[in-house]
Design a protein around this ligand. Structure first.
Ligand code: NAD
Length: 482
């Protein structure tokens, strides 16, 4: 250990008591599934954590029936302020169990504990607090007086922010008066199942939220179920397309939060050190498993060399390793499948002539790991400039004028987010105006707030989550359900 190395500072696992196996959460109880159970592991060590049930079509049917019953008999009859009380209670229980949830999230997902502890779980609580406040104010959501809930919402979420994506889905749905069947991702089911325990603690009426674990087939059964009134999906564009086809013409409402290939645009007048922090946060936060990650750095040509040099210096200080160590900056890749995808795309980047660079860094022997990597000399037509890598990999391109920056930033099938780094407010506003992206950050990146709507254009999907806009996805304007 050199003079400046950090001593290990592992968070204790003792706070999480995982059961050896988990059932489905149906109608307020944990029950066995009819599908074949599957193991869930820690991607950092490949250690077996628990056995998890698989919901087949029959189980999904039971879950939807429970949600419908709860909607008809209980939830739709409660006042908004009573629904709000349940949401406040859930938010407070999340806060009470925050350390346990953070450790479980880092164990099952591989993300650094400082991110799950300081970002994921506090935002989960914030989302429930925020929508708890809306539950009795739906008349002010901009949909006319007395908007109506849709009924049963089927929600399918990915593995990159397991509990936070659950909160983004469940909190507005319940506040608006819907009941829910939610399917977590197959690699990260654990915090959703701990959340089910929280629902029991909160005395949420049975059937208001049901959690069905399993892989794509379980998601498909939920999407196709005729008893579901709305589908909310976050995940890949390919699956989003399939869901759009499956729901077309069925009358089901649909919102899709899909991938992204965001540009982080650095002008020569930007505060460069601050921009470097934002670029690093933009792509290496959560190992780059972020749909709005700033995966393309567009840097003004005259500061390119300086920016790249400082970026390399900063990357050399990042610590990769045990997600439960409080000093860790870069954790594990979530699965072997995702690691293979990252390797395939970075190999393509090299073949297409771009130059990769990674800081010296020792990868652990077990688990799934990828060193933070930057590519210079990237052509706009290269696969690593166009396709979502969803890993700790940054593609660097240059521009000369603001017009060129806008054109290059928009030269993507996606349109989820973007970042602008400049000292000039007028330039930031002018460039932001030209960007086709749902969220544009200026002199910051990856900021999330429950009051702020989030969502994309083009292949990044449609619909907004967060804010009062996020409620409209779960409400029909007065005059009846659509
Ligand atoms: P995915 O779209 O395959 O999975 C997301 C969720 O959908 C999971 O719960 C999965 O079980 C479910 N699912 C899979 N097939 C389904 C189907 N046919 N019908 C209904 N549900 C189905 O995403 P992934 O395999 O986890 O990741 C693949 C790529 O997706 C990543 O490389 C990344 O590019 C992108 N991704 C984007 C986000 C995001 O937040 N936008 C999140 C995760 C992954």
């Amino acid at each position: 250990m050199s003079f400046l190395d950090y001593a290990p500072a592992p968070e204790s696992r003792a706070i999480v008591r995982l059961r050896p196996s988990y059932g489905l959460f149906l109608d307020g109880e944990f029950v066995d599934g009819h599908g074949t159970p599957f193991p869930t592991i820690s991607p950092a060590t490949e250690e077996h954590l628990a056995e998890v049930a698989t919901a087949d079509e029959h189980d999904v049917d039971l879950a939807v029936a429970a949600a419908r019953r709860a909607y008809d008999e209980v939830w739709s009859k409660l006042s908004g302020s009573d629904r709000g009380k349940y949401l406040f209670r859930i938010a407070r229980l999340v806060q009470e169990r925050a350390r346990e949830l953070a450790v479980a999230e880092s164990l099952n997902n591989g993300k650094p504990i400082k991110e799950s502890r300081d970002l994921d779980i506090p935002l989960v609580a914030a989302w429930f607090f925020y929508y708890a406040g809306w539950a009795d104010k739906l008349d002010y959501a901009g949909l006319g007086a007395n908007p109506k809930a849709l009924g049963v919402a089927g929600q399918i979420i990915p593995w990159n922010f397991p509990l936070l994506m659950l909160a983004w889905k469940i909190a507005p749905a319940l506040a608006a008066g819907n009941t829910v069947v939610l399917k977590p991702a197959e690699t990260t089911p654990l915090t959703a199942l701990l959340f089910a325990e929280i629902l029991q603690q909160a005395d949420l009426p049975p059937g208001v939220v049901n959690i069905v674990t399993g892989a794509g087939a379980t998601g498909q059964a939920l999407v196709r179920h005729p008893g579901v009134d709305k589908i909310a999906f976050t995940g890949s564009t390919a699956v989003g397309r399939e869901i759009a086809r499956a729901t077309a013409g069925t009358g089901k409402k649909l919102t899709l939060e899909l991938g992204g290939k965001a540009a982080n645009i650095v002008f020569d007048d930007a505060p460069i050190d601050q921009a470097i922090e934002g670029v690093v946060n933009g792509i290496f936060f959560n190992q780059g498993h972020v749909c709005c990650a700033g995966s393309r750095l567009l840097v003004q040509e005259n500061v390119h060399d300086d920016v790249v040099e400082r970026l390399k210096h900063r990357l050399s200080t990042l610590r990769l390793g045990d997600p439960l160590d409080k000093n860790t900056d870069i954790g594990a890749i979530n699965s072997q499948e995702q690691l293979d995808r990252i390797r395939e795309l970075t190999a393509a980047g090299e073949q297409e002539g771009a130059t990769p660079w990674s800081p010296p860094c020792e990868l652990p022997a077990n688990g799934f790991w990828y060193a933070p990597t930057i590519f210079t000399g990237v052509q706009a037509s290269s696969r690593i400039a166009r396709e979502e890598i969803f890993g700790p990999v940054l593609s660097i391109l240059t521009f000369r004028t603001p017009q060129e920056a806008i054109a290059k930033a928009n030269n993507t099938p996606y349109g989820l987010s973007a970042g602008i780094w400049s000292d000039k407010g007028s330039r930031i506003l002018a460039v932001a105006d030209g960007l086709k992206a749902g969220v544009v950050w200026s002199n910051t990146f990856n900021r999330f707030d429950p009051a702020s709507p989030f969502g994309g254009y083009k292949e990044s999907g449609y619909g907004r989550e967060g804010g009062k806009q996020g409620l409209s996805a779960y409400l029909a304007p007065s005059g009846g359900a659509q």
